[in-house]
Design a protein around this ligand. Structure first.
Ligand SMILES: CC(C)(COP(=O)(O)OP(=O)(O)OC[C@H]1O[C@@H](n2cnc3c(N)ncnc32)[C@H](O)[C@@H]1OP(=O)(O)O)[C@@H](O)C(=O)NCCC(=O)NCCS
Length: 221
């Protein structure tokens, strides 16, 4: 049975596996190899800033959180699914879990992503991210240093970091605030009941926000 969990120190034993999966996938895709050490991954696990997907005693998926510019920006990075478990909706579940965790740990931060991958673009859109120019993302040098291992890094540099082959995508909590402003526990309970019944793919954050808004109106009558 697959479990999707917030990581803790009991998962540190999987840090090497996470790095191997990332390394093998980068080799296959012909992209640059992101420099993430097992120690770095282990630290994210210990800090509870990562999601692990486990099947029995096997790690089958992972993603973690990084924050930038004094926690004003957050990125959900290092999404990886074991090749044997792909195309079964596992990335969608991990993305949802790391997104929810980011919202909980950094409720005011903008969440962003840069990617060339269609799967990630689709999943980001479902969560309420929209495409943006790089000017809307963090200007933290440490974030952009992470691109150094990419074979397209020279393009980023030639364009003074204004554009590259990746698409920038951003979730801005301010834009989603209106629908969640008023407290109403009954409406929230109903929303959670609906979330349990309907697949995540169908119930995007935008739809959840709309549903919550309508239920609040009903409960106020
Ligand atoms: C990308 C990755 C995480 C997808 O994992 P997955 O568990 O197979 O994805 P899911 O089954 O949850 O699929 C989610 C959606 O993406 C689509 N998708 C999955 N892989 C895809 C691919 N290679 N190309 C295009 N779309 C893809 C699925 O069809 C699905 O959309 P749909 O429900 O509308 O049909 C996985 O292939 C992987 O680990 N790749 C290597 C690492 C990587 O590229 N990470 C992203 C870095 S930005």
């Amino acid at each position: 049975m697959t479990e999707i969990l917030v990581a803790n120190k009991s998962h540190v034993k999987y840090a090497e596996t996470v790095c191997s999966l990332m390394y093998e996938s980068a080799l296959k895709r012909g992209t640059g190899i992101a420099k993430r050490s097992p120690e770095y991954i282990a630290k994210k696990m210990e800090e509870g800033k990562a999601i692990v997907a486990i099947d029995g005693d096997r790690l089958i998926g992972f993603s973690y959180i990084e924050s930038w510019q004094h926690k004003r920006f957050v990125a959900n990075s290092g999404l990886i699914v074991d090749p044997e478990y792909r195309n079964t909706g596992l990335a969608r579940k991990i993305k949802r879990a790391i997104f929810d965790l980011s919202r909980r740990l950094y409720p005011d931060a903008k969440i962003f992503s840069i990617t060339t991958g269609l799967a990630v673009m689709k999943l980001n859109s479902e969560l309420g991210y929209v495409p943006v120019t790089f000017s809307e993302l963090t200007d933290d040098d440490d974030f952009w240093k992470g691109c150094e291992g990419c074979r397209n890094y020279h393009i980023l540099q030639e364009n003074n970091r204004r554009m590259c082959l990746c698409t920038g995508m951003l979730y801005d909590p301010e834009k989603h605030k209106a629908a969640t402003e008023t407290e109403n526990p009954e409406a929230d309970r109903d929303v959670n009941a609906v979330r349990e019944m309907i697949p995540e793919k169908v119930l995007s954050p935008k739809r959840i926000a709309q549903l919550r808004k309508n239920l609040r109106k009903i409960h106020l009558i």
